[in-house]
Design a protein around this ligand. Structure first.
Ligand code: URP
Ligand code: ZN
Ligand code: ZN
Length: 470
């Protein structure tokens, strides 16, 4: 059965043009000139015609960094693959890439199977996996090669969380050498975890236990030092490097310098770093700041981190925006750290809000309309080996299409979000622009302000190698 989307403006990474989009089954089959003979005959033969007048027609969002059901600090992220992917769909995201987790000493293969089991049959939208390597050793290095062949082509390492996930520099170098051999992308949580733990312990000894201290001890210097170190190790290991959740200007400078020198170094930032800060958010009284505890942390507003991050998004020193969606409820979860910020589970839920929050950058003139699509869909597809199946509206691509209403005004609240969290870090933010409807592989799953999909609609995506690597 064919569907024609007509009268809309198709936004791609390179432009915005009136065009009609013809879909057959799960696939886009043509992008047609409005009013042309081909468009007229497509309309005559279509089983359904959708009028997108006044709407943007964009490739579905791709969120390359989520953590459904992630165990963290004695609790588990509150969205499972079912609720989290449904919320993603509500927000115009039609693909997520989550992280399978291998703690040190455990088998990569068994951990991956566990994560695939959590996702399988539950997702509302298509999904891929990255693999976290918490224990770099001979076996896990070998496993990396096997996983690449199975479509898991990116591996996250940690320079933070000593005793949990931290890899030392030797382990990092070995993993990078392995990636240089198999073509995988090394994703790095770049913060000096050992140094952070010293400051954190000293803060608690002084009685400074409130959430704001999470941001104060995880200093920007520790992020930029680790980013610098990761870049140097990647140079020696001859591997491409992707810095996750970059929040500090100083770390961005390191990435920009490496890129100017021609290195295969990339970075993402997340909406929370573009909108929230230490003073107004992490510093909220009465433990409310706990909602904003994440790592890397929010940065201070009196510096110029947010301005620099938006600039990085314009200049491409920041390649894309992901959410690092890792939601915890206030009750029984964030509350675990009421007396000691170190026990607050790290993470913010935002998978539903990324497309809207980055679109606000279009309304304020920070980025162009095509750049919005590039940052949220096209580049993630290329970066993580999904292009052109995903991330673009062109013949042959999956019909993952969002109709976006650029005029609708609304206010984000826990009362209208669909994530499984008992509060919203984004509470009260006024937004211009809203998802109108969402198609996942040719099926309308969000339409008329209702969800029409089911768990299990989403399929696992075997990814190719990153298309940015030379
Ligand atoms: O605070 C965060 N980022 N939680 C999720 C785990 C990680 O490091 O990405
Ligand atoms: Zn991380
Ligand atoms: Zn993360």
């Amino acid at each position: 059965m064919t569907i024609l989307i007509k009268n809309g403006t198709v936004i791609s990474a390179t432009g915005a043009d009136p065009a009609d989009v013809l879909i057959d089954g799960e696939t886009i089959v043509a992008v047609l000139q409005p009013g042309s003979e081909l468009a007229a005959s497509a309309e005559a033969g279509a089983a359904r015609v959708i009028d997108a007048a006044g709407l943007y027609v964009i490739p579905g969002g791709i969120d390359g960094h989520t953590h459904m059901e992630l165990p963290f600090g004695g609790t588990v992220a509150s969205d499972d693959f079912e609720s989290g992917t449904r919320a993603a769909a509500w927000g115009g995201t039609t693909t997520i890439i989550d992280f399978a987790v291998q703690p040190a000493g455990e088998s990569v293969r068994e951990c991956l199977d566990l994560w695939m089991g959590k996702a399988e049959g539950n997702c509302a939208i298509d999904y891929g996996m990255h693999q976290i390597i918490g224990g770099v050793d001979d076996q896990s290095l070998k496993d990396m090669d096997a996983l690449v062949d199975e479509g898991i082509t990116s591996f996250k390492l940690f320079m933070a969380y000593p005793g949990v996930f931290l890899s030392d520099d030797g382990q990092i170098l070995r993993a990078m050498q392995q990636a240089a051999g198999n073509g995988a992308l090394i994703m790095m949580h770049a913060e000096n975890g050992l140094a952070i733990d010293v400051l954190a312990e000293q803060a608690v000894e002084r009685g400074e236990t409130a959430p704001i201290n999470h941001g104060l001890v995880r200093r920007a210097e520790f992020e930029s030092e680790a980013t610098h170190r990761a870049i140097q190790l990647a140079k020696v290991g001859a591997a491409p490097l992707y810095i996750v959740h970059l929040s500090a200007s100083e770390a961005l400078e390191q990435v920009a310098m490496a890129r100017n020198n021609g290195a295969n170094v990339f970075a993402e930032t997340c909406p929370q770093y573009l909108y929230f800060n230490v003073e107004d958010h992490l510093g909220k009284p009465d433990f409310e700041g706990a909602a904003y505890v994440c790592s890397t942390p929010l940065r201070t507003k009196h510096e110029h981190h947010q301005e620099d991050l938006w600039k990085g998004l314009r200049t491409n020193d920041l390649s894309l925006v992901a959410t690092d969606h890792c939601p915890f409820c206030m009750k029984d979860q964030k509350e675990l750290g009421r007396d000691d910020f170190r026990a607050i589970p790290n993470g913010i839920g935002g998978v539903e809000h990324r497309m809207d929050m980055i679109y606000q950058g279009v309304t304020t003139g920070e980025i162009s309309l095509p750049r919005w699509v590039e940052l949220c869909s096209t580049t993630p597809a290329r970066m993580f080996g999904l292009y052109p199946q995903k991330g673009t509206i062109q013949p042959g691509s999956d019909a993952d299409i969002v109709l976006y209403d650029p005029k609708r005004e609304w206010t984000i609240s826990v009362d209208n979000h669909h994530m499984n969290i008992d509060m919203s870090a984004y509470e009260g933010i006024d937004v211009t622009g809203h998802v109108h409807s969402v198609m996942s592989r040719g099926r309308m799953i969000i339409e008329n302000d209702a969800y029409h999909g089911s768990p299990g609609d989403g399929k696992y995506l075997r990814r190719g190698l990153s298309q940015y690597l030379i």
